[in-house]
Design a protein around this ligand. Sequence first.
Ligand code: ATP
Ligand code: MG
Length: 497
Amino acid sequence: ANPLMFHLRAASLGREGALFATRPGADPVSYGDLFAGAERMAAALVSRGVAPGDRVAAQVNKSLAALQLYLGTVMAGAIFLPLNPAYTDAEVAYFIGDATPFVFVCDPARLDGVQGVAGRAHLLTLDGAGQGSLADLAAGQAGFEPIERKPSDLAAILYTSGTTGRSKGAMLSHENLYSNSLALRDYWQFTAEDVLIHALPIFHTHGLFVATNVALLAGAQVVLLPGFDAEAILTEMPNATALMGVPTFYTRLLSDARLTPDLAANMRLFISGSAPLLVETHEQWQTRTGHRILERYGMTETNMSTSNPYEGERIAGTVGPPLPGVGARVTLDNAEIPLGEIGVLEVRGPNVFQGYWQMPEKTAEELRPDGWFITGDLAKIDDRGYVTIVGREKDLVISGGFNVYPKEVETLIDDLPGVLESAVIGVPHPDFGEAVVAVVVPTGEGTDAAAIQAALSGQLAKFKQPKYIALMKELPRNTMGKVQKKALRETFAQLFT
Ligand code: ATP
Ligand code: MG
């Protein structure tokens, strides 16, 4: 059998006529259509010479055909490798050189540029409407029996978001993917009755595996949107039951007056992840819709590791306890530390990846022989098992030899009047090694850096107080809503030198 395909198809076997997707402005798609199209993709890839274990890279816009390419690649026994359409040709060159895909699928508009960097990869095209040379090749195919694979064989290589450095290829096995999606389906109680608003990109673990795989495993219906669109989400909400989003989805929806408890009356679940959700957003969402957002935590390398409960208390500012079958612990200098203390979060379970593609040394540094993966996130675990992410180890500021956790300072700043949000970073300083710098987004005119400074002085030890406060219109974020602290550190690198 092909383990991942077996699980992804199980819920819809015998009900091929059931609706898989509705799409604004396009035809609805049944489960039968979805998988028939995926089989044609698989047959097309194999006709091009794709063999088990080959990488099939795709830098394409989100579409039904793109999802079918993912499924078809897995059926063909190959390894799916999606890339953010925003990556430039120069960036694509790195990924192609690193992953040496057998096939590279790109948007027709990008073909000229990609040709120069494609190396030996066979180039095929697919646009956002599902047209292109790959679609043409697939149209002539029919039927495909999924190729046999073992649970430990790779189904995908996903590159990390590149927030802290160069993106690394995380090798994900069939078992990594189906075990995690099955756990999530059951934990979040997804069934064939659900209608999930799917507005996330599908080059990232959140939209590709969490959203798509969970919906398929439940035999649920998705509203397939090409991207985030507040208008479309608000229009679809009365007929939907669930939404998965990054925190910026929720802050943007909150700014629309049409968001009311009535509009959200049919919804049973709002899920957030990929970046920290502000407690304030959590509270506002409850006031405006009557629903408590369920926040969960994961990484490209580990799929999802923790989640606030479906039933039971969803605690704002925490990412909940480990999922069933997943272990979590906090260490300092490789030794586990007591509950409640801050250290490096490690996770273990069937969700944890097989290592970094072609980076054995990096893999050995982060993945212990006994299966614990060192996430690089700083966290604490309370006595009920709830995990709180405090930030990334790489964002920790060490000023005058003392540790400053940016989140502690950010939380205080965010609570001040006139402040929308903030990011605290460390920049080189001749005396202190690093100095604390706060980048603050004001709510409007009249917010004053000196007043923020003064308000903090009574609340924080001197070494934690920002040595400089910069006001900015907005924080730099990537598509997944992650604040780009690396970019901020570069902007302010010369401040004290
Ligand atoms: P890179 O590893 O290349 O630097 P990245 O870590 O941002 O990039 P992803 O795998 O997309 O790449 O993101 C995983 C990270 O996202 C986690 O390590 C964590 O820091 C953050 N994250 C995910 N969910 C949450 C959450 N609910 N709260 C806080 N942080 C989160
Ligand atoms: Mg990472």
